[in-house]
Structure formats: structure tokens, C-alpha cells
Design a protein around this ligand. Structure first.
Ligand code: ADP
Ligand code: MG
Length: 389
């Protein structure tokens, strides 16, 4: 789960990581009032969306007067912001964060994330901050320092000095960095984060290190343990279909192809998508309906797959191990009938009660395509999507 920058900055404060004073607003008037309550010569108005690269997309504006705060907020609120980290539709700007403008002398990059290879939390830092870290990693990897933390020993002072040296910090800033790194490490563990990124971490003209931006991802599996984090969820920033899928306990991810895939088991779903690709098609989604699926789930899955009108064919690939094939067949028939489906559906069933399941599909008279194996199922679905068969 992701949260907004202003929420990340609240958490930063809790863990002694310095961040600019500010307030969140949902109307231009509120934004102006918020600005008035901050004693600062200038403000920065920042669109709150679950994506970065807002600065280059017009989602971060320096305001010199209260009227400018209002104008910039009015221009952002109620729009959708497209950045190179969002899709072409962008994300809705329902709130802005108004904060004091900082006098920046230097921008750094600092993040903490789980490195699955070393099986440790790892700090990543660079003196080339404020930029796309992926670009820094690709073009000048020597400018990035990585410091893994041993889980039993915890974060050690020498490791903070190591990062400070890589960033070229002075003595005074070194101890500030240690406080920030300790805060990040504590925050990460306490809230079950999966990634925390400060880009940029700045040094101000008067030598203070401040987190000017904040992005935090949390481990979805741990959210039930943290009601305070769960309360920060903003569904408006999430893919509507993925959110609906969650309600039915379906594992769903939107993709940009046109063949809807309904599969049980994540591994089989991946293999099915690979097979569709191999046959020259493109999957519209990843969907794992789970091991113990039922008729309602199958129906909900069909609705999701068909909801945006881009799907040209559906490929159902179910292995009836825990779930029985006749139950799946009943779900498919109910969905197809109820939704007056007009696009072709290719079904590949295998496993327990497969004969009954296939017979039900055949006898339904709904014109479903029953495939013998995954190879021919994928081939058929791709052809049907192209309108060839
Ligand atoms: P994003 O990463 O989404 O583009 P940031 O919060 O990193 O958004 O802001 C982009 C840039 O805007 C920063 O690198 C910094 O140069 C500038 N900026 C952001 N907040 C402030 C602030 N409070 N004071 C001065 N400059 C800021
Ligand atoms: Mg940033």
C-alpha cells in the first residue's frame, strides 16, 4: 500500500526525521489559510498523488504570495496529474500539501528498502539527489552507495558515517544524518514498510538536513496489524478494478492487452500469460481466482475482466485440484448468461470432475470454446481476439 507525501511526513515527524512545516488542503481557500498559518516568506504547493515526478509535471509550485498559493491550488485541485510515473490517465489531485519553502544548498537521495538478494534492509544513498534514481543507477552507478544492515546487529553508527562520507557531508550534518537514518530504520520496522524513499533529502543554506519529499510503501500483508496505516489508505489513488478485486479476495492486476485471463493459482496464471504472449497475443490482466474459488468469485472475476470494454476474448484456464471443474463451469455459465456476453470465451478445464464440467459447457448452447490443452486454448484465444477464427 502507498500513502501520500503529507502522510509520510507525519510519520517522519513521529520518528524524528525533520521535514518542512505544512498543512494539507482540499480547497484553494483552505490552502490559502494553511499558508497564512505558516510563518515563512514563501510556500510550496504540492499536488498529493500516489506517484513521483510531480515537479516536472507541474505538480510542485513555489508561491511568493498568498494569492499565488490560492491560484496554484485552484489549478491543481480537481484535475488529474500525469507524470512519467503514472499512466496516460494520470491520478486525481484531491488534496494539496502547502509547506514552507526551503533554501536548498544541496539535494541528496536516501532510501531504505528490503533487498531480497542479501535478505537485509539496505540503505541506498547518492549525492545526485532530486533526480530519477533509476537514471543515476543506469548512467553513473558509482554515485550510489549501498549499505545493508544486519538484522541482529541493527543499524551501526559506522554505517551512518559511511553514508555521510559518500554524500560528502560535514561533521555537523553527519550527526543529523545519523538521526535521520535511525529514524528511517525504526519507522521501517515499526510500521512494516517495504520501502521508504526521501528524494530529495536536502541540506539547507544554514546547514540543516531536511526530508523535502517522502514516499513510503507498506507490506500489504501487515496492514491489518497497523490500523493507523490502514486509515491512511486513499482508494481514489488505486486502480478501481484492483480495489474491487480485493473485496472478492481475487488477485487482480490490470494490463494493457486485450485477452482477459481467468486462472486459478498465481503460477498457472503466469504460465497462461506467457502462453498468450508466445502465441502473439497480449493479456488484458493477471487474475488468480484462488484455490478454493466458488461461483460468486467466478462471476465477479468475469465482471472485472469485461468492465472496461477493451477485452476481445476471454481465456479461462482452471486446474480443478481443490475446486471442482463442474463448480467452475456453473460459475462461468451463470456469468456468461447473466452478462449477455458477446465476446468469445475459450475454456480449458482440467482436474476433478472435468467431464461433468466440459459437458455442462457443451450442453449450455452458449457457444463457449472448450479447448483440449493450454497450448490450443491460448492459440484459439489469440485468434479469436484478432477476429480471425
Ligand atoms: P516529485 O519527486 O514528485 O517531483 P518533490 O517533492 O521531490 O516532488 O519536489 C520536486 C522538487 O521541487 C524537489 O527536488 C525540490 O527541488 C523542489 N521542492 C520541493 N519541495 C520544496 C520545498 N519545500 N522548498 C523548496 N523546494 C522544494
Ligand atoms: Mg521527489
Amino acid at each position: 500500500m502507498n500513502i501520500h507525501e503529507y502522510q509520510a511526513k507525519q510519520l517522519f515527524k513521529e520518528f524524528a526525521i525533520p521535514a518542512p512545516q505544512g498543512a494539507v488542503a482540499t480547497t484553494p481557500e483552505q490552502a490559502q489559510q494553511a499558508a497564512q498559518s505558516l510563518s515563512t516568506p514563501a510556500w510550496v504547493v504540492k499536488a498529493q498523488i500516489h506517484a513521483g515526478a510531480r515537479g516536472k509535471a507541474g505538480g510542485v509550485k513555489v508561491a511568493r504570495t498568498l494569492d499565488e498559493v490560492k491560484d496554484y491550488s485552484a489549478a491543481m485541485l480537481g484535475t488529474r496529474l500525469v507524470t512519467h510515473q503514472t499512466d496516460a490517465a494520470g491520478l486525481p489531485v484531491n488534496s494539496v500539501w502547502v509547506e514552507e519553502a526551503s533554501a536548498i544548498s544541496q539535494e541528496y537521495y536516501l532510501s531504505l528498502l528490503l533487498d531480497r538478494e542479501s535478505e537485509r534492509l539496505i540503505f541506498i544513498a547518492s549525492a545526485a539527489g532530486g533526480m530519477d534514481i533509476e537514471a543515476v543507477a543506469a548512467e553513473t552507478p558509482e554515485k550510489i552507495v549501498r549499505v545493508p544492515v544486519h538484522p541482529a546487529a541493527g543499524l551501526q553508527p559506522y554505517q551512518c558515517r559511511q553514508v555521510a562520507a559518500a554524500l560528502g557531508l560535514g561533521k555537523e550534518q553527519q550527526s543529523q544524518l545519523q538521526t535521520i537514518m535511525n529514524g528511517l530504520y525504526q519507522l521501517f520496522l515499526a510500521k512494516d514498510a517495504s520501502q521508504i524513499e526521501i528524494n530529495p533529502l536536502i541540506q539547507t543554506d544554514d546547514g540543516k538536513l531536511v526530508a523535502l519529499d517522502g514516499k513510503i510503501n507498506f507490506d500489504d500483508n501487515a496492514i491489518p496489524l497497523h490500523p493507523d496505516i490502514a486509515a491512511m489508505r486513499d482508494a481514489s489513488q488505486e486502480d478501481a478494478k484492483e480495489a474491487e478485486a480485493k473485496q472478492f479476495d481475487l488477485n487482480y492486476i490490470t494490463l494493457d492487452g486485450n485477452i482477459g485471463c481467468m486462472v486459478n493459482g498465481a503460477g498457472l496464471a503466469m504460465a497462461t500469460m506467457d502462453m498468450v504472449k508466445l502465441k502473439g497475443g497480449a493479456p488484458a490482466n493477471f487474475l488468480d481466482v484462488g484455490g478454493g474459488t466458488n461461483k460468486d468469485k467466478v462471476k465477479a472475476a468475469f465482471k472485472l475482466i469485461l468492465s472496461d470494454g477493451t477485452t476481445k476474448a476471454v481465456l479461462v484456464n482452471i486446474f480443478g485440484g481443490i475446486v471442482k471443474c463442474d463448480v467452475i463451469a456453473a460459475g462461468i455459465l451463470a456469468a456468461v448468461e447473466e452478462m449477455h456476453l458477446t465476446i468469445p470465451v475459450v475454456v480449458r478445464l482440467e482436474g476433478t470432475n472435468v467431464e461433468q464440467g466440459l459437458a455442462m459447457l457443451k450442453d449450455s448452447g452458449l457457444g463457449l470454446y472448450a479447448a483440449e490443452d493450454l497450448n490450443s486454448a491460448a492459440e484459439q484465444a489469440v485468434k479469436l481476439a484478432e477476429g480471425v477464427a
